[in-house]
Ligand binder design. Structure first.
Ligand SMILES: [Fe+2]
Length: 232
């Protein structure tokens, strides 16, 4: 519809003899470009239905988790829209803008971390010992077993959040990191390689308080090839 209106407008300008310069400075064109830019910012929830049937994860738990993830996508889009509208109206120096802006990282990371998490699930058979990730982990942590022990301990820490194996792009070194909730503790610029969700919703339906049993189930289903693909 907008495109048709734009074409009609262009046609009119050409016919009326205003020429190219008028078109370049046409506010209608600028607002159309802006609308397209905003349209590009909308995120779409990914479908992780392929994970249903995964050993150690009930359908109820996974479906609840997918719904929760979709909520983060919806809220990220809502925040983008609302903040964009407030900026357009010049409502930026007010507490409402500041508080929504503060919330953005929480919703965005809630969306993106779930995508990394679901994407690194659905594998079978453990890490390939000849693979680059296995070799890199063994090199950086002394042995694969030492890394696994530490990563599981990070995942078992009290609190809600994420255990993340990160790679520092400057040193290429690997780090096991605890992320509080979704947004606190990310090492700037590092690449997430393996993500483990340890919010209670990720395991309580199936495991109650037995988080360690959930972490064992997680390890049985890691898509090591997918995780290795994130390595630089
Ligand atoms: Fe989650």
């Amino acid at each position: 519809m907008m495109q048709m209106m734009l074409l009609n407008r262009r046609h009119f300008l050409n016919l009326s003899g205003f020429g190219v310069i008028s078109f370049l400075f046409d506010p209608f064109k600028i607002s159309f470009a802006q609308a397209r830019k905003e349209e590009k910012m909308a995120y779409t929830a990914k479908d992780f239905g392929r994970l249903l049937g995964m050993e150690g994860f009930s359908e109820t738990l996974l479906k609840n988790h997918f719904t929760l993830y979709q909520g983060y996508v919806t809220n990220t889009n809502k925040l983008n829209d609302t903040l964009g509208q407030m900026a357009k109206e010049g409502k930026v120096g007010i507490p409402e803008f500041a508080e929504l802006k503060r919330r953005f990282g929480w919703e965005f990371n809630g969306m993106r971390l779930h995508e990394y998490y679901f994407e690194n699930l659905g594998g079978k058979g453990g890490p390939v010992k000849t693979g680059n990730l296995y070799k890199k982990i063994s090199q950086d942590f002394g042995s694969y077993e030492s890394w696994e022990k530490e990563f599981k301990a990070v995942g078992a820490m009290r609190g809600i959040g994420w255990a993340v194996l990160y790679q520092d792009p400057l040193t290429k070194g690997l780090l096991n990191v605890w992320i509080n909730e979704h947004d606190t503790g990310h090492p700037a610029g590092c690449t997430p390689i393996l993500i483990l969700d340890v919010f209670e919703h990720a395991f309580m339906i199936d495991y109650g308080l037995k988080r360690a049993d959930y972490i064992e189930a997680f390890f049985k289903n890691i898509d090591w090839k997918g995780a290795e693909g994130r390595l630089k």
